[in-house]
Design a protein around this ligand. Structure first.
Ligand SMILES: *Cc1c(COP(=O)(O)O)cnc(C)c1O
Length: 395
């Protein structure tokens, strides 16, 4: 195979080229098959190449790709209605990526701060949080060292420890417009805050008159159980962003907000592909499947099976337990061996991810079957037995 010498280097990739996918399975050019528990980074909510998306793309691409964002189109209107019907937010703006959706949320908070809070512009975010790779969303992100890669970092963000409501309370001042957090930190390592964190943040931000903005790009669209992770806490954010699973594998993301916060004026926000009907039609097809009650019940059951199996594996191999919810789960290793475990899984035809040196993250398609879960558990257990010194064989 030719080395990809015409591509800019932005990440290390294993050799091989992926050519085809179906459900939980991915094939490379050499015909090797992989059981995929990464799924385009928690993107393919319905697995690889699902018929729902094929049909939506085929139908909409024969009708209308992009009329220009200066005109209404039917799929965009319907997707906005369908999403707002499922949560406490009133209006949507669509983008192609999660970073753009968050960028929009940052703009909305700044505009709202100008209008409603005497020019407040600052946004409180968290250490370890991840919000994207544009300059503003990198500044909002709490990844160590990220503020030094492309200086000067965009001003206007203040970071506090994740899970610490007292720190947020101290950080909120006259300049603060909003607090932006993930309900569960995904890239930061599947960090689940203590029970009540979101409720306390909701109370605090309401009391202090600042916006609560939730980045549900990774946790949303059923990945952690309910359609949106914050619904498990019974709270209503002022702003929410969605991405990844919302398009099931195509570039679609969304910014949603309460009516009182929707202060963009014509010309403030837009984008050539914002709300294009091709992607919106896919979003509608994905959402329809995710809301099917039989599918919801089935996937919650399979998620419980995965968590129970991981827990068993953790005990067998002397790991430190699991964390996460639904289909966003991580196994905590006792040693910084996650890179080796990912490689050992890859050699056995399994794809998992290592967000941290001591953490294995699993984010399968929400359509994953019990049998595929069992296959992954066996494969992962074998990989751990190979990599971890002194680990007992097979759990
Ligand atoms: C992936 C991710 C983003 C960025 O989404 P892109 O589509 O890659 O721009 C933002 N926030 C969270 C929580 C994410 O997991």
């Amino acid at each position: 195979m030719n080395p990809p010498d015409a591509l800019m280097t932005v990440t290390e990739r294993p050799p091989g080229v992926m050519v085809r996918g179906e459900g939980s399975w991915l094939w490379d050019e050499a015909g090797r098959r992989y059981l995929d528990f990464v799924q385009g980074w928690a993107v393919n909510a319905l697995g690889h190449a699902p018929p729902e998306i094929q049909n939506a793309l085929a139908a909409q691409s024969g009708l209308l790709l992009t009329p220009s964002p200066a005109f209404h189109n039917r799929p965009q209107i319907e997707l906005a209605r369908a999403l707002t019907a499922q949560c406490s937010l009133d209006r949507a703006f669509f983008t192609s990526t999660g970073a753009e959706a968050n960028e929009g949320a940052i703009k909305l908070a700044r505009k709202w701060g100008q209008r409603q809070r005497g020019g407040a512009f600052e946004i409180v975010t968290t250490h370890g949080g991840f919000h994207g790779r544009t300059l503003a969303t990198m500044a909002a992100t709490g990844k160590p060292g990220w503020d030094a890669i492309f200086p000067p970092a965009m001003p206007g963000f203040r970071k506090v420890p994740f899970g610490d409501v007292g720190a947020v309370a101290k950080a909120i001042g006259d300049e603060t417009a909003a607090v932006l957090v993930e309900p569960i930190q995904g890239e930061g390592g599947v960090v689940v805050p203590a029970e009540g964190y979101l409720r306390d943040l909701r109370d605090l931000t309401a009391r202090r008159g600042v916006l609560l903005m939730l980045d549900e790009v990774q946790t949303g669209m059923g990945r952690t159980g309910p359609l949106f992770a914050h619904q498990a806490d019974g709270i209503e954010p002022d702003v929410m962003t969605l991405g990844k699973g919302i398009g099931g594998g195509v570039p679609l993301a969304a910014l949603l907000a309460k009516e009182a916060v929707c202060c963009f004026e014509p010309g403030d926000q837009g984008g050539t592909y914002a709300g294009n009907p091709l992607m919106a039609a896919v979003g509608l097809a994905v959402l329809e499947r995710l809301l099917d009650p039989a599918f919801v019940a089935a996937r919650l059951q399979v998620a419980v099976r995965l968590a129970a199996g991981l827990d068993r594996i953790s005990r067998t191999h002397g790991c430190l337990g699991i964390r996460g919810r639904g289909f966003l789960l991580a196994l905590r290793l006792a040693t910084p061996a996650s890179g080796d475990v990912v490689r050992a899984c890859f050699e056995r035809g399994g794809l998992v991810n290592a967000p941290r040196p001591d953490l294995i993250r699993l984010m399968p398609a929400l359509t994953v079957t019990a049998s595929e879960v069992d296959q992954m558990l066996e494969l992962l257990s074998d990989a751990l037995a190979e990599v971890l010194p002194g680990s007992r064989t097979r759990g």
